[in-house]
Design a protein around this ligand. Structure first.
Ligand code: FAD
Length: 541
């Protein structure tokens, strides 16, 4: 079995750990079994890759042919199919579920004719790429970002005309008049964001199904409940097709004359992969708060019994010679209550303040996931007085939005004294009183010299009722994946293309550095869209 370097190291250390645990003098049996359990878990994580199913083309009960075979029918997959069909290729798309995965409805674009005509200003592409790259801690492949930066506008114009407007799903282009007092408060550039949910439910469902319809109307085929299991390679390593299982569990061979495009998304549903690629605290948080199916709906349910985000696609590519990005932390997430947290005081489960509540959600994720005591949530304490909520995409959030969160939460508490509140949320009374006293001092001074919270959001907590709600972060997707060049060809360990193999979307690595950004709303979608488009186009060429 092949194994990547970090997994190998983790496995080696784990084996050493078992031997050492047994040799420790005075170590309690409980401690020993804990160490052994940890070692066993590490060793399992090291085997995240496993081996490809032992099935051959000859053993398949059916075979199908197309120029381009695409795996995954969500955002990256439908853009790949669109571009390949536009190139004149024949296309089959495989989807393991009965329906595609649906994410949020916002996508970032720069300088399309459509945006400019609808009032968004022209953007400085170089500056946005540089700013985003900085937030990626200079650790992404900037050529993958540039593909989006310099070409997303022309892609939007093409799909508006071909797919979205004919389907009655044109983008909504919010134009933000960013107030002067916002300067330095939010990095987000609302004016490069297009939203595709006419009902305002933040769901990309209509957009994705507009593409499904277009693909079928234009000669493409979408095979649902069909899960790709293994790539097929010629002697020289060229990918010539794949083997999948259909709804009856039978093996089907898909022969791809021009190539295969893998658009299989995140691996957040695979615990071994999370253990292998994330630090323990992050793996724990990702397992607890995976929100992959949060946008599934009655018209678009999850019908498969397997997890859609189990990393099968990553494994298929690695079995064929691809390499995974090794980067900490490889996640993309969103704070459970969105931007609503800025005006609040956050305390950990011991009642201590631990963060700048008005900081980027980028750091909030890690701060919260990394809390001690194995806890990855905090308590959000509401200030006494009414206050302005920070404005965000597309129109700003009223205070009533927080009240809605509170009303729908089972973990909301109200009390007449801080000590009673501490009892209800099970934090140390004296610590909570001390924390709130200190916070109020900073609010009165108008200067948070402890954490640097923006003065505008420093509101004291000095009158009953005292109110607290549990705050968590949603984990949406893994951000590391396989190495690709800017033609979206999947590369091997020498960074040479594996002929006939392309990838796009969340299964592509080196696209976000160590944990996303908050400059361009919908950039994760945007990269999937642009990379899907180019992967399909290049594969079909
Ligand atoms: C609830 C939620 C909301 C989000 N909202 C936003 C947002 O507003 N803005 C933003 O930028 N990003 C958002 N994201 C991030 C989002 O994950 C990506 O932007 C987007 O979904 C990536 O698209 P994709 O096509 O790469 O992968 P996915 O959307 O994960 O789709 C992969 C598809 O491949 C299929 N598949 C997987 N393996 C196989 C296989 N072996 N055989 C056949 N089919 C397979 C899956 O069933 C799935 O349909 C959100 C994520 C979640 C979970």
């Amino acid at each position: 079995m092949s194994m990547d370097r970090r997994s190998f190291l983790k496995g080696t250390l784990a084996v050493g750990g078992v031997a050492a645990a047994g040799a420790l003098v005075g170590c309690s049996p409980a401690k020993q079994s804990e160490s052994a359990a940890q070692a066993a878990a590490d060793s399992e994580a090291a085997d995240w890759l496993g081996s490809a199913p032992d099935v051959t083309v000859e053993e398949c009960e059916e075979s199908k042919q197309a120029d381009v075979v695409i795996v995954g029918s969500a955002l990256a997959g439908v853009l790949a199919a669109y571009a390949a069909l536009k190139e004149g290729a024949s296309v089959i798309v495989l989807e393991r579920n009965g329906y595609p995965h649906i994410s949020g409805s916002g996508i970032g674009f720069l300088n399309s004719r459509y945006q400019l005509e609808n009032g968004q200003p022209e953007q400085n592409v170089y500056k946005i790429i540089a700013d985003v790259f900085n937030q990626f801690q200079l650790r992404a492949d900037i050529s993958l970002l540039s593909l989006w930066g310099f070409h997303s506008g022309e892609i939007l114009d093409a799909i508006e005309e071909d797919v979205l407007q004919p389907a009655g799903c044109p983008g909504n282009v919010p134009v933000q008049d960013i107030p002067a007092d916002r300067a330095g408060q939010l990095a987000i550039s609302e004016n490069c964001h297009v939203d595709f949910d006419p009902e305002g439910n933040d769901s990309l469902e209509k957009f994705i199904f507009a593409f499904h319809d277009w693909i079928k109307e234009n000669g493409g085929q979408i095979d649902v409940e069909t899960c790709a299991r293994k790539l097929v390679q010629a002697e020289d390593g060229t990918v010539t097709g794949l083997i999948a299982t259909n709804a009856e569990g039978k093996y089907v061979y898909y022969e791809a004359a021009k190539g295969v495009v893998m658009c299989t998304g995140s691996y957040g549903g695979d615990e071994r992969m999370l253990d292998a690629f994330c630090p323990d605290w992050l793996a724990k948080y990702a397992k607890t708060y995976n929100s992959y199916n949060a946008r599934a709906s009655e018209t678009c349910p999850v019908t498969t019994t397997e997890k859609m985000d189990d990393g099968t696609g990553h494994k298929m590519m690695c079995w064929a010679g691809a390499v995974m990005e090794q980067i900490d932390p490889p996640v993309n997430s969103w704070f459970g209550t969105g931007y609503y947290w800025w005006p609040f005081l956050h305390v950990d489960v011991r009642g201590r303040r631990f963060m700048n509540e008005s900081g980027s959600w980028l750091c909030t994720t890690h701060t919260l996931a990394e809390l001690p005591d194995g806890v990855n949530y905090c308590w959000q304490i509401k200030p006494t007085n009414d206050f302005d909520m920070p404005m965000t995409v597309p129109t700003g959030i009223p205070l009533s939005a927080w009240e809605e969160v509170v009303e729908s939460s089972h973990e909301y508490y109200e009390a007449d004294t801080i000590k009673e509140l501490a009892d209800l949320i099970e934090v140390d009374k004296d610590t909570l009183v001390e924390t709130i006293e200190r916070y109020n001092e900073l609010c009165v001074a108008g200067c948070d010299e402890d954490y640097g919270k923006l003065p505008k959001y420093l509101d004291p907590i000095d009158d009953p009722p005292y109110r607290a709600v549990k705050a968590t972060i949603n984990f949406y997707a893994t951000a590391n994946g396989v190495k690709c060049n800017n033609k979206l060809q999947v590369l091997d360990s020498n960074w040479d293309p594996i002929p006939g193999l392309y990838a796009a979307g969340n299964c592509v690595g080196w696209r976000m550095g160590s944990g996303y950004q908050d400059i361009v709303p919908g950039l994760c979608n945007a990269l999937s869209l642009a990379h899907g488009y180019f992967a399909g186009k290049n594969c079909a060429a």
